[in-house]
Write a protein that binds this ligand. Sequence first.
Ligand code: T4K
Length: 368
Amino acid sequence: MREKVYVTRPSLPGLEEVLPYLERIWTSRTVTNNGPLVIELERQLAEYLEVPYISLFNNGTIALVAALQALDVQGEVITTPYSFVASTHALWWHRAEPVFVDIDPFTNNLDPQKIQDAITSRTTAILPVHVYGQPCDVYQIEQLSKTYDLKIIYDAAHAFGVKQRGTSILTHGDLSILSFHATKVFNTIEGGAIVSSSKELKEKIDRLRNFGFVDETTVVLPGINGKMNEIQASIGLLNLKSIDEEIQRRKEIYQLYQTLLQGVVGLRIMPLMEDVEYNYSYLPIFIEEDEFGASRDDLYYRLKNYEIYCRRYFYPLISTFAPYSSLPSSKRGNLKNAYKVAQQVICLPIYPELSNQMIEYICKCISE
Ligand code: T4K
């Protein structure tokens, strides 16, 4: 029987590498609350990612909520319907009003012109997402932020290590949020982070993730429990050792898929930009039903029959989910590109352990 293939598999360090960390944690009895391993991982990540400050969190969703709190975002926030639902849920938890704007079908990210058209006197911020690690148009978004005095929080859950023009994509905007969930390029099993640009902001964020405490008896902010624990941090420290090889292998896999699928009519792979260093976190393909001869869903279920478990990230659109479907900006006519792309997308399996032989098999199943 052929092995089952999933859209991703978490990279994990060897058990023999984990055990010394566990012994250290057990001996010290410091298991959470800004312990030494969390502090060390923050130091190493800031250096690796080339960012000024980073605050680790227990997951990316709580990091998003804390980021909105840190910047005291209120009123309307412009965001994308084409993302994982956590991007908009964070706005809801913060009681900000999501305003959905259509995407650029080339990058799958917010279209800056449409952002501009949606700005009102109640808009205070933009929450763009670097979907699949493809950078948003950070330069135009920065211009909009200056012109209209808007805060920018990037959901960079997919953009670990991505650079554009030689600079980390995480240095744009007021804050960037990362996810270190098991399904991500770099994982701490569950985890996340906020990248910030000043010592003051990092201090505020660090307080927010620890209930707002400044010291034993002083609470200055309505904080949350967003702390990463020492076991998560140890997995992060170990995974960081092999991250460059991980990304290199993902790149090889991406290129092999590109080669094997390039002749398939009606199938398009997400284009890559020349000035970007990618992390190859996802491998989205887009199916043009008329030319391909089958719908995206036909292909999705057919692959499932072969025990190839792909995902339709990001279908359905966030704007169609019950909490958001009655918003004026959720109207289909407002989100034409997002609707089209969401009907066409399938994310194919990509993770370092995937063999070339399996990729050839997957591509054969697709082109059949
Ligand atoms: N913003 C964006 C843009 C995001 O994409 C996400 C999360 C967030 C914010 C929030 O960050 P976190 O709070 O999650 O840190 C997954 C992940 O749960 C989620 O983290 C991720 N985005 C989203 C895109 O994908 P599911 O429900 O599709 O994952 P799941 O559990 O079905 O896993 C997918 C496949 O991965 C499985 O079929 C098998 C494989 N897998 C998964 C896990 C968890 C394994 O092999 N082992 C595992 O332990 O949401």
